[in-house]
Write a protein of this length. Structure first.
Lengths: 239, 278
Protein backbone atom coordinates (compact mmCIF):
# COMPACT_ATOMS: atom_id res chain seq x y z
CA UNK A 1 0.00 0.00 0.00
CA UNK A 2 2.82 2.38 0.82
CA UNK A 3 4.35 2.12 -2.66
CA UNK A 4 0.95 2.60 -4.26
CA UNK A 5 0.41 5.84 -2.35
CA UNK A 6 3.97 6.98 -3.00
CA UNK A 7 3.43 6.43 -6.73
CA UNK A 8 0.17 8.33 -6.64
CA UNK A 9 1.81 11.26 -4.79
CA UNK A 10 4.49 11.40 -7.47
CA UNK A 11 1.85 11.36 -10.19
CA UNK A 12 -0.10 14.16 -8.50
CA UNK A 13 3.09 16.21 -8.39
CA UNK A 14 3.83 15.52 -12.07
CA UNK A 15 0.32 16.70 -12.92
CA UNK A 16 0.79 19.78 -10.72
CA UNK A 17 4.04 20.58 -12.49
CA UNK A 18 2.26 20.24 -15.86
CA UNK A 19 -0.02 23.09 -14.86
CA UNK A 20 2.84 25.05 -13.30
CA UNK A 21 1.55 28.37 -14.64
CA UNK A 22 -1.63 27.93 -12.59
CA UNK A 23 0.44 27.22 -9.47
CA UNK A 24 2.45 30.42 -9.97
CA UNK A 25 -0.69 32.45 -10.68
CA UNK A 26 -2.25 31.10 -7.48
CA UNK A 27 0.48 32.94 -5.56
CA UNK A 28 -0.49 36.26 -7.20
CA UNK A 29 -3.16 37.24 -4.69
CA UNK A 30 -1.08 36.38 -1.59
CA UNK A 31 1.90 38.27 -3.06
CA UNK A 32 -0.20 41.36 -3.76
CA UNK A 33 -1.66 41.26 -0.24
CA UNK A 34 1.81 40.85 1.24
CA UNK A 35 3.24 43.86 -0.59
CA UNK A 36 0.06 45.97 -0.51
CA UNK A 37 -0.97 45.54 3.13
CA UNK A 38 2.52 44.87 4.45
CA UNK A 39 4.37 47.85 3.01
CA UNK A 40 1.67 50.54 2.69
CA UNK A 41 -0.93 51.83 5.11
CA UNK A 42 -3.77 50.83 2.78
CA UNK A 43 -5.61 48.96 5.54
CA UNK A 44 -6.05 49.44 9.27
CA UNK A 45 -4.22 46.84 11.34
CA UNK A 46 -4.41 46.26 15.10
CA UNK A 47 -0.62 46.64 15.33
CA UNK A 48 2.24 48.85 14.17
CA UNK A 49 4.33 45.86 13.09
CA UNK A 50 2.61 45.62 9.71
CA UNK A 51 4.88 42.91 8.25
CA UNK A 52 4.74 40.91 11.47
CA UNK A 53 0.95 40.86 11.08
CA UNK A 54 0.59 40.52 7.33
CA UNK A 55 3.31 38.01 6.33
CA UNK A 56 2.11 35.13 8.56
CA UNK A 57 -1.45 35.88 7.38
CA UNK A 58 -0.32 35.68 3.77
CA UNK A 59 1.38 32.36 4.43
CA UNK A 60 -1.87 31.04 5.92
CA UNK A 61 -3.77 32.43 2.93
CA UNK A 62 -1.49 30.56 0.52
CA UNK A 63 -2.06 27.32 2.36
CA UNK A 64 -5.81 27.80 2.02
CA UNK A 65 -5.54 28.84 -1.62
CA UNK A 66 -3.59 25.71 -2.54
CA UNK A 67 -5.05 23.10 -0.20
CA UNK A 68 -8.63 24.26 -0.51
CA UNK A 69 -9.41 26.35 -3.58
CA UNK A 70 -6.88 24.79 -5.94
CA UNK A 71 -7.50 21.26 -4.68
CA UNK A 72 -11.28 21.54 -4.98
CA UNK A 73 -11.24 22.96 -8.50
CA UNK A 74 -8.66 20.50 -9.86
CA UNK A 75 -10.28 17.46 -8.29
CA UNK A 76 -13.74 18.55 -9.44
CA UNK A 77 -12.60 18.66 -13.04
CA UNK A 78 -10.61 15.45 -12.74
CA UNK A 79 -13.75 13.74 -11.58
CA UNK A 80 -15.84 15.09 -14.45
CA UNK A 81 -13.13 14.18 -16.97
CA UNK A 82 -13.09 10.58 -15.82
CA UNK A 83 -9.52 10.64 -14.51
CA UNK A 84 -10.64 9.54 -11.06
CA UNK A 85 -12.99 6.90 -12.41
CA UNK A 86 -10.04 5.31 -14.15
CA UNK A 87 -8.02 5.28 -10.92
CA UNK A 88 -11.04 3.81 -9.15
CA UNK A 89 -10.78 0.76 -11.40
CA UNK A 90 -7.24 0.12 -10.14
CA UNK A 91 -6.15 -1.20 -6.75
CA UNK A 92 -5.66 2.37 -5.48
CA UNK A 93 -8.10 2.73 -2.58
CA UNK A 94 -10.23 5.74 -1.78
CA UNK A 95 -8.33 6.71 1.39
CA UNK A 96 -5.14 6.10 -0.62
CA UNK A 97 -6.14 8.66 -3.23
CA UNK A 98 -7.24 11.21 -0.61
CA UNK A 99 -3.97 10.75 1.27
CA UNK A 100 -1.92 11.10 -1.91
CA UNK A 101 -3.76 14.25 -2.96
CA UNK A 102 -3.32 15.80 0.48
CA UNK A 103 0.39 14.90 0.59
CA UNK A 104 0.96 16.32 -2.89
CA UNK A 105 -0.68 19.55 -1.82
CA UNK A 106 1.60 19.71 1.23
CA UNK A 107 4.69 19.42 -0.97
CA UNK A 108 3.38 22.24 -3.14
CA UNK A 109 2.70 24.34 -0.06
CA UNK A 110 6.28 23.93 1.18
CA UNK A 111 7.59 25.56 -2.00
CA UNK A 112 5.02 28.37 -1.98
CA UNK A 113 5.51 29.17 1.70
CA UNK A 114 9.29 29.20 1.28
CA UNK A 115 8.98 31.60 -1.63
CA UNK A 116 6.53 34.00 0.05
CA UNK A 117 8.45 33.79 3.33
CA UNK A 118 11.61 34.77 1.48
CA UNK A 119 9.84 37.71 -0.17
CA UNK A 120 8.70 38.73 3.32
CA UNK A 121 12.27 38.55 4.65
CA UNK A 122 13.55 40.56 1.69
CA UNK A 123 11.11 43.40 2.43
CA UNK A 124 11.95 43.40 6.14
CA UNK A 125 10.03 40.66 8.03
CA UNK A 126 12.16 39.02 10.74
CA UNK A 127 10.63 35.65 11.71
CA UNK A 128 11.50 33.74 14.90
CA UNK A 129 12.95 30.62 13.32
CA UNK A 130 13.20 28.87 16.69
CA UNK A 131 9.38 28.54 16.60
CA UNK A 132 9.28 26.89 13.19
CA UNK A 133 8.19 23.46 14.44
CA UNK A 134 4.81 24.36 16.00
CA UNK A 135 4.16 26.65 13.03
CA UNK A 136 4.76 23.74 10.66
CA UNK A 137 2.52 21.54 12.82
CA UNK A 138 -0.53 23.81 12.64
CA UNK A 139 0.14 24.27 8.93
CA UNK A 140 -0.09 20.52 8.32
CA UNK A 141 -3.35 20.39 10.28
CA UNK A 142 -4.78 23.38 8.42
CA UNK A 143 -3.79 21.95 5.04
CA UNK A 144 -5.29 18.54 5.91
CA UNK A 145 -8.61 20.13 6.91
CA UNK A 146 -8.75 22.32 3.79
CA UNK A 147 -7.85 19.39 1.59
CA UNK A 148 -10.56 17.21 3.17
CA UNK A 149 -13.22 19.88 2.65
CA UNK A 150 -12.00 20.46 -0.92
CA UNK A 151 -12.20 16.74 -1.77
CA UNK A 152 -15.63 16.52 -0.19
CA UNK A 153 -16.98 19.48 -2.20
CA UNK A 154 -15.39 18.18 -5.39
CA UNK A 155 -17.07 14.83 -4.99
CA UNK A 156 -20.60 15.99 -4.18
CA UNK A 157 -20.91 19.05 -6.46
CA UNK A 158 -20.63 19.53 -10.21
CA UNK A 159 -17.22 20.91 -11.26
CA UNK A 160 -18.62 24.34 -12.18
CA UNK A 161 -20.44 24.55 -8.84
CA UNK A 162 -17.29 23.41 -7.02
CA UNK A 163 -15.29 26.18 -8.70
CA UNK A 164 -17.91 28.76 -7.74
CA UNK A 165 -18.22 27.54 -4.15
CA UNK A 166 -14.45 27.25 -3.65
CA UNK A 167 -13.88 30.77 -4.97
CA UNK A 168 -16.69 32.20 -2.84
CA UNK A 169 -15.34 30.58 0.33
CA UNK A 170 -11.86 31.83 -0.54
CA UNK A 171 -13.05 35.44 -0.89
CA UNK A 172 -15.17 35.23 2.28
CA UNK A 173 -12.27 33.84 4.29
CA UNK A 174 -9.92 36.45 2.84
CA UNK A 175 -12.26 39.25 3.94
CA UNK A 176 -13.02 38.08 7.45
CA UNK A 177 -10.01 35.83 8.08
CA UNK A 178 -7.80 38.51 9.63
CA UNK A 179 -5.28 38.72 6.80
CA UNK A 180 -5.49 42.32 5.59
CA UNK A 181 -7.64 43.62 8.45
CA UNK A 182 -8.18 42.44 11.98
CA UNK A 183 -10.53 39.45 12.16
CA UNK A 184 -13.90 39.96 13.91
CA UNK A 185 -13.48 39.05 17.57
CA UNK A 186 -15.58 35.94 18.06
CA UNK A 187 -13.53 34.54 20.92
CA UNK A 188 -12.59 30.87 20.90
CA UNK A 189 -15.59 29.96 18.71
CA UNK A 190 -14.02 32.10 16.00
CA UNK A 191 -11.11 29.71 15.62
CA UNK A 192 -13.54 26.88 14.89
CA UNK A 193 -15.53 28.95 12.37
CA UNK A 194 -12.63 30.68 10.63
CA UNK A 195 -9.73 28.26 10.25
CA UNK A 196 -7.87 30.83 8.17
CA UNK A 197 -7.98 33.32 11.07
CA UNK A 198 -6.92 30.61 13.51
CA UNK A 199 -4.03 29.49 11.32
CA UNK A 200 -2.90 33.09 10.65
CA UNK A 201 -3.04 33.86 14.38
CA UNK A 202 -1.02 30.74 15.18
CA UNK A 203 1.66 31.68 12.65
CA UNK A 204 1.77 35.23 14.04
CA UNK A 205 2.08 33.96 17.63
CA UNK A 206 5.00 31.75 16.72
CA UNK A 207 6.87 33.26 13.78
CA UNK A 208 6.35 36.97 14.50
CA UNK A 209 5.73 36.88 18.26
CA UNK A 210 8.04 34.07 19.31
CA UNK A 211 5.32 32.70 21.60
CA UNK A 212 3.29 29.51 21.76
CA UNK A 213 0.01 28.60 20.07
CA UNK A 214 -3.18 28.68 22.20
CA UNK A 215 -4.66 25.24 22.82
CA UNK A 216 -7.98 26.37 21.35
CA UNK A 217 -6.30 26.92 17.96
CA UNK A 218 -4.70 23.46 18.02
CA UNK A 219 -8.11 22.01 18.84
CA UNK A 220 -9.92 24.04 16.19
CA UNK A 221 -7.53 23.12 13.37
CA UNK A 222 -7.29 19.52 14.59
CA UNK A 223 -11.08 19.27 14.55
CA UNK A 224 -11.21 20.65 11.01
CA UNK A 225 -8.67 18.10 9.82
CA UNK A 226 -10.41 15.13 11.44
CA UNK A 227 -13.95 16.12 10.49
CA UNK A 228 -13.35 16.96 6.83
CA UNK A 229 -10.92 14.17 6.06
CA UNK A 230 -13.30 11.62 7.61
CA UNK A 231 -16.26 13.07 5.73
CA UNK A 232 -14.28 13.02 2.48
CA UNK A 233 -13.17 9.43 3.01
CA UNK A 234 -16.79 8.41 3.51
CA UNK A 235 -18.47 10.46 0.82
CA UNK A 236 -15.80 10.61 -1.86
CA UNK A 237 -16.94 9.35 -5.24
CA UNK A 238 -14.72 8.43 -8.15
CA UNK A 239 -17.18 9.46 -10.85
CA UNK B 1 -13.53 -23.08 -7.68
CA UNK B 2 -15.59 -21.00 -10.11
CA UNK B 3 -14.45 -17.48 -11.05
CA UNK B 4 -17.87 -15.95 -10.39
CA UNK B 5 -20.81 -17.37 -8.42
CA UNK B 6 -23.94 -15.30 -7.97
CA UNK B 7 -27.23 -16.37 -6.40
CA UNK B 8 -30.32 -14.22 -5.98
CA UNK B 9 -28.57 -10.91 -6.65
CA UNK B 10 -30.82 -7.88 -6.15
CA UNK B 11 -30.26 -4.14 -6.47
CA UNK B 12 -32.86 -1.44 -5.98
CA UNK B 13 -32.59 2.22 -6.95
CA UNK B 14 -35.20 4.40 -5.25
CA UNK B 15 -37.71 1.57 -5.08
CA UNK B 16 -37.12 0.41 -8.66
CA UNK B 17 -35.53 -3.01 -9.03
CA UNK B 18 -32.60 -2.68 -11.44
CA UNK B 19 -31.45 -6.22 -10.74
CA UNK B 20 -34.23 -8.57 -9.70
CA UNK B 21 -32.74 -11.84 -8.56
CA UNK B 22 -29.92 -13.02 -10.81
CA UNK B 23 -28.16 -16.40 -10.63
CA UNK B 24 -24.91 -16.67 -12.54
CA UNK B 25 -21.90 -18.97 -12.64
CA UNK B 26 -18.80 -18.24 -14.69
CA UNK B 27 -16.11 -20.93 -14.76
CA UNK B 28 -12.40 -20.23 -14.65
CA UNK B 29 -10.94 -19.56 -18.09
CA UNK B 30 -14.33 -18.95 -19.65
CA UNK B 31 -15.38 -16.00 -21.81
CA UNK B 32 -18.87 -15.11 -20.66
CA UNK B 33 -20.99 -12.43 -22.35
CA UNK B 34 -23.87 -10.51 -20.78
CA UNK B 35 -26.28 -9.17 -23.39
CA UNK B 36 -29.28 -6.96 -22.99
CA UNK B 37 -30.84 -3.64 -23.96
CA UNK B 38 -29.91 -0.37 -22.24
CA UNK B 39 -31.27 -0.30 -18.72
CA UNK B 40 -31.47 -4.09 -18.47
CA UNK B 41 -29.15 -4.10 -15.46
CA UNK B 42 -25.90 -5.19 -17.15
CA UNK B 43 -23.68 -2.39 -15.88
CA UNK B 44 -25.22 -2.49 -12.40
CA UNK B 45 -24.54 -6.23 -12.20
CA UNK B 46 -20.96 -5.84 -13.41
CA UNK B 47 -20.30 -2.96 -11.00
CA UNK B 48 -21.50 -5.07 -8.09
CA UNK B 49 -19.19 -7.90 -9.17
CA UNK B 50 -16.30 -5.39 -9.39
CA UNK B 51 -17.00 -4.20 -5.86
CA UNK B 52 -17.96 -0.70 -7.01
CA UNK B 53 -21.59 -0.88 -6.02
CA UNK B 54 -23.36 -2.33 -3.02
CA UNK B 55 -26.10 -4.90 -3.48
CA UNK B 56 -29.42 -5.10 -1.65
CA UNK B 57 -29.52 -8.87 -1.54
CA UNK B 58 -28.08 -12.14 -2.74
CA UNK B 59 -24.83 -13.98 -2.46
CA UNK B 60 -21.82 -12.99 -4.57
CA UNK B 61 -18.41 -14.67 -4.81
CA UNK B 62 -15.78 -13.36 -7.19
CA UNK B 63 -12.49 -15.28 -7.18
CA UNK B 64 -13.73 -16.80 -3.94
CA UNK B 65 -14.32 -13.49 -2.12
CA UNK B 66 -17.25 -11.17 -1.53
CA UNK B 67 -16.48 -8.08 -3.68
CA UNK B 68 -18.33 -5.90 -1.16
CA UNK B 69 -15.69 -6.57 1.50
CA UNK B 70 -12.66 -7.83 -0.43
CA UNK B 71 -9.41 -5.97 0.04
CA UNK B 72 -6.64 -4.66 -2.11
CA UNK B 73 -4.97 -8.02 -2.82
CA UNK B 74 -8.26 -9.22 -4.34
CA UNK B 75 -8.53 -5.98 -6.33
CA UNK B 76 -5.10 -6.57 -7.83
CA UNK B 77 -6.28 -9.95 -9.19
CA UNK B 78 -9.07 -8.44 -11.27
CA UNK B 79 -8.89 -6.08 -14.24
CA UNK B 80 -11.60 -3.61 -15.15
CA UNK B 81 -12.35 -1.84 -18.40
CA UNK B 82 -15.04 0.68 -17.57
CA UNK B 83 -17.72 1.95 -19.85
CA UNK B 84 -16.64 5.22 -21.49
CA UNK B 85 -14.07 6.70 -19.16
CA UNK B 86 -13.60 9.92 -21.12
CA UNK B 87 -10.23 10.86 -19.79
CA UNK B 88 -8.64 14.20 -20.68
CA UNK B 89 -5.59 13.67 -18.51
CA UNK B 90 -2.46 15.65 -19.22
CA UNK B 91 -0.46 12.42 -19.40
CA UNK B 92 0.96 10.42 -22.26
CA UNK B 93 -0.18 6.87 -22.93
CA UNK B 94 3.10 5.43 -21.60
CA UNK B 95 3.00 7.59 -18.45
CA UNK B 96 -0.54 6.55 -17.61
CA UNK B 97 0.05 2.84 -18.26
CA UNK B 98 3.33 2.84 -16.34
CA UNK B 99 1.67 4.67 -13.45
CA UNK B 100 -1.20 2.21 -13.09
CA UNK B 101 1.18 -0.74 -13.61
CA UNK B 102 2.90 0.35 -10.41
CA UNK B 103 -0.27 -0.43 -8.45
CA UNK B 104 0.01 -4.18 -9.15
CA UNK B 105 2.40 -6.77 -7.71
CA UNK B 106 3.41 -8.40 -11.03
CA UNK B 107 2.44 -6.11 -13.87
CA UNK B 108 3.11 -6.46 -17.56
CA UNK B 109 5.55 -3.86 -18.88
CA UNK B 110 4.04 -0.68 -20.31
CA UNK B 111 5.58 -1.33 -23.73
CA UNK B 112 4.17 -4.87 -23.85
CA UNK B 113 0.64 -3.75 -23.00
CA UNK B 114 0.71 -0.80 -25.38
CA UNK B 115 1.83 -3.16 -28.14
CA UNK B 116 -0.95 -5.63 -27.25
CA UNK B 117 -3.65 -2.97 -27.68
CA UNK B 118 -2.03 -1.59 -30.82
CA UNK B 119 -1.12 1.87 -29.56
CA UNK B 120 2.65 1.72 -30.02
CA UNK B 121 2.55 4.52 -32.60
CA UNK B 122 0.72 6.75 -30.08
CA UNK B 123 2.61 5.88 -26.93
CA UNK B 124 4.17 9.32 -26.47
CA UNK B 125 0.94 11.18 -27.28
CA UNK B 126 -1.09 12.85 -24.55
CA UNK B 127 -4.25 10.87 -23.84
CA UNK B 128 -6.48 13.87 -24.42
CA UNK B 129 -5.27 14.17 -28.04
CA UNK B 130 -6.37 10.60 -28.87
CA UNK B 131 -9.54 9.65 -30.73
CA UNK B 132 -12.43 7.97 -28.90
CA UNK B 133 -11.43 4.50 -30.10
CA UNK B 134 -7.81 5.06 -29.13
CA UNK B 135 -8.79 6.17 -25.62
CA UNK B 136 -10.86 3.03 -25.35
CA UNK B 137 -7.70 1.06 -26.09
CA UNK B 138 -5.94 2.93 -23.29
CA UNK B 139 -8.75 1.73 -21.02
CA UNK B 140 -8.16 -1.82 -22.18
CA UNK B 141 -4.40 -1.45 -21.62
CA UNK B 142 -5.03 -0.26 -18.05
CA UNK B 143 -7.43 -3.16 -17.50
CA UNK B 144 -4.89 -5.82 -18.43
CA UNK B 145 -1.62 -4.28 -17.23
CA UNK B 146 -1.86 -6.04 -13.85
CA UNK B 147 -2.14 -9.57 -15.40
CA UNK B 148 -5.68 -10.06 -14.03
CA UNK B 149 -7.08 -13.53 -13.40
CA UNK B 150 -10.51 -12.11 -14.17
CA UNK B 151 -11.13 -9.27 -16.61
CA UNK B 152 -14.35 -7.23 -16.73
CA UNK B 153 -15.06 -5.59 -20.07
CA UNK B 154 -18.04 -3.23 -20.13
CA UNK B 155 -18.89 -2.55 -23.78
CA UNK B 156 -15.23 -2.56 -24.70
CA UNK B 157 -15.39 -1.98 -28.46
CA UNK B 158 -17.78 0.96 -28.57
CA UNK B 159 -16.21 3.50 -30.93
CA UNK B 160 -13.82 1.04 -32.58
CA UNK B 161 -13.57 0.81 -36.36
CA UNK B 162 -14.10 -2.69 -37.82
CA UNK B 163 -10.37 -3.41 -38.09
CA UNK B 164 -9.71 -2.32 -34.51
CA UNK B 165 -12.55 -4.55 -33.36
CA UNK B 166 -11.03 -7.59 -35.06
CA UNK B 167 -7.66 -6.83 -33.46
CA UNK B 168 -9.38 -6.45 -30.12
CA UNK B 169 -11.11 -9.81 -30.51
CA UNK B 170 -7.75 -11.42 -31.22
CA UNK B 171 -6.38 -9.83 -28.06
CA UNK B 172 -9.28 -11.18 -26.00
CA UNK B 173 -8.75 -14.66 -27.44
CA UNK B 174 -5.05 -14.45 -26.60
CA UNK B 175 -5.84 -13.44 -23.02
CA UNK B 176 -8.41 -16.22 -22.69
CA UNK B 177 -5.88 -18.65 -24.16
CA UNK B 178 -3.53 -17.72 -21.33
CA UNK B 179 -6.23 -18.67 -18.82
CA UNK B 180 -7.79 -15.26 -18.08
CA UNK B 181 -11.49 -15.45 -17.25
CA UNK B 182 -13.42 -12.75 -19.10
CA UNK B 183 -16.81 -11.23 -18.36
CA UNK B 184 -17.96 -9.11 -21.25
CA UNK B 185 -21.01 -6.91 -21.72
CA UNK B 186 -21.77 -5.86 -25.24
CA UNK B 187 -24.44 -4.54 -27.58
CA UNK B 188 -22.85 -6.25 -30.55
CA UNK B 189 -24.23 -9.73 -31.10
CA UNK B 190 -21.53 -10.63 -33.61
CA UNK B 191 -19.02 -9.81 -30.88
CA UNK B 192 -20.73 -12.09 -28.38
CA UNK B 193 -20.98 -14.83 -30.99
CA UNK B 194 -17.33 -14.50 -32.00
CA UNK B 195 -15.92 -14.44 -28.48
CA UNK B 196 -18.21 -15.97 -25.88
CA UNK B 197 -18.11 -19.56 -24.68
CA UNK B 198 -21.41 -18.91 -22.94
CA UNK B 199 -23.77 -15.99 -22.70
CA UNK B 200 -26.80 -14.75 -20.85
CA UNK B 201 -29.48 -12.29 -21.93
CA UNK B 202 -30.59 -9.80 -19.32
CA UNK B 203 -33.90 -7.95 -19.58
CA UNK B 204 -35.71 -6.00 -16.90
CA UNK B 205 -33.14 -7.01 -14.31
CA UNK B 206 -33.59 -10.75 -14.89
CA UNK B 207 -31.83 -13.39 -16.93
CA UNK B 208 -34.27 -14.44 -19.64
CA UNK B 209 -31.98 -16.94 -21.38
CA UNK B 210 -28.61 -18.51 -20.91
CA UNK B 211 -26.57 -20.86 -23.04
CA UNK B 212 -23.86 -21.13 -25.66
CA UNK B 213 -24.08 -18.88 -28.73
CA UNK B 214 -25.27 -21.91 -30.71
CA UNK B 215 -28.00 -23.01 -28.31
CA UNK B 216 -29.22 -19.77 -26.71
CA UNK B 217 -32.98 -19.44 -26.47
CA UNK B 218 -33.62 -22.78 -28.21
CA UNK B 219 -31.68 -21.64 -31.23
CA UNK B 220 -30.31 -25.12 -31.96
CA UNK B 221 -33.78 -26.65 -31.83
CA UNK B 222 -35.33 -23.94 -33.99
CA UNK B 223 -34.52 -25.92 -37.12
CA UNK B 224 -33.68 -24.53 -40.51
CA UNK B 225 -35.39 -23.00 -43.50
CA UNK B 226 -34.42 -24.62 -46.81
CA UNK B 227 -35.26 -22.97 -50.09
CA UNK B 228 -34.38 -23.93 -53.64
CA UNK B 229 -35.53 -23.48 -57.22
CA UNK B 230 -37.91 -25.98 -58.85
CA UNK B 231 -38.46 -24.95 -62.47
CA UNK B 232 -39.43 -21.27 -62.24
CA UNK B 233 -40.90 -21.73 -58.75
CA UNK B 234 -39.13 -21.10 -55.42
CA UNK B 235 -39.77 -23.88 -52.91
CA UNK B 236 -39.35 -23.26 -49.16
CA UNK B 237 -39.50 -25.77 -46.31
CA UNK B 238 -39.17 -25.14 -42.56
CA UNK B 239 -37.72 -28.26 -40.91
CA UNK B 240 -36.43 -29.35 -37.52
CA UNK B 241 -33.69 -31.29 -39.31
CA UNK B 242 -32.98 -30.55 -42.98
CA UNK B 243 -30.63 -33.53 -43.51
CA UNK B 244 -33.17 -35.89 -45.14
CA UNK B 245 -34.52 -33.23 -47.47
CA UNK B 246 -31.06 -32.17 -48.62
CA UNK B 247 -30.06 -35.79 -49.26
CA UNK B 248 -33.20 -36.30 -51.33
CA UNK B 249 -32.69 -33.09 -53.32
CA UNK B 250 -29.16 -34.16 -54.23
CA UNK B 251 -30.31 -37.69 -55.15
CA UNK B 252 -33.12 -36.30 -57.31
CA UNK B 253 -30.68 -34.11 -59.21
CA UNK B 254 -32.59 -30.93 -58.28
CA UNK B 255 -31.29 -27.54 -59.41
CA UNK B 256 -29.32 -26.39 -56.34
CA UNK B 257 -27.64 -23.28 -57.75
CA UNK B 258 -29.86 -21.04 -55.60
CA UNK B 259 -30.08 -23.36 -52.58
CA UNK B 260 -30.09 -21.62 -49.16
CA UNK B 261 -30.25 -23.17 -45.72
CA UNK B 262 -30.84 -20.56 -43.00
CA UNK B 263 -31.02 -20.94 -39.28
CA UNK B 264 -32.08 -18.13 -36.90
CA UNK B 265 -29.13 -15.81 -36.25
CA UNK B 266 -28.12 -14.93 -32.72
CA UNK B 267 -29.64 -11.54 -33.42
CA UNK B 268 -33.02 -13.10 -34.37
CA UNK B 269 -32.97 -15.18 -31.18
CA UNK B 270 -31.97 -12.18 -29.09
CA UNK B 271 -34.67 -9.93 -30.51
CA UNK B 272 -37.26 -12.65 -29.93
CA UNK B 273 -36.14 -13.01 -26.32
CA UNK B 274 -36.15 -9.26 -25.70
CA UNK B 275 -39.43 -8.82 -27.57
CA UNK B 276 -41.12 -11.48 -25.45
CA UNK B 277 -40.25 -9.44 -22.35
CA UNK B 278 -41.92 -6.26 -23.55
Amino acid sequence: MRTVIARQIRMELVLTARRGEAVVLAMGVPLLVLLGAGLTHATNLPTDDRLGFVVPGVLALTVMSTAFTGQAITTGYERSYGVLKRLGASPLTRPGLLLAKTAAVLVQIVFQVLFLGLVGVVVGWRPELSHLLPAAGVTVLAAAGYSGLALLLASVLKPETTTGAATLIYVLMLSVGGIMFAAPDLGTAGWFLLPLAAHAEALRDTLSGGGSIPLSIWLALGAWAVVWLTAAARKFRWE
Amino acid sequence: MEAIEVTGLRKTYQGREAVAGIDLVVARGEIFALLGPNGAGKTTTVEILEGHRRRNGGDVRVLGEDPGTAGRSWRSRIGIVLQDADDAADLTVTEMVRHVAGFYPEPRTADEVIELVGLTAKKTSKIRTLSGGQRRRVDVALGIVGRPELLFLDEPTTGFDPEARRQFWDLIRTLAGDGTTILLTTHYLDEAEALADRLAVLAGGQIVAEGTPATLGGRAAAGAKVSWQEGDRTRTEQLADPTELLRKLVADGADLRTLTVTRPTLEDTYLTLIGARK
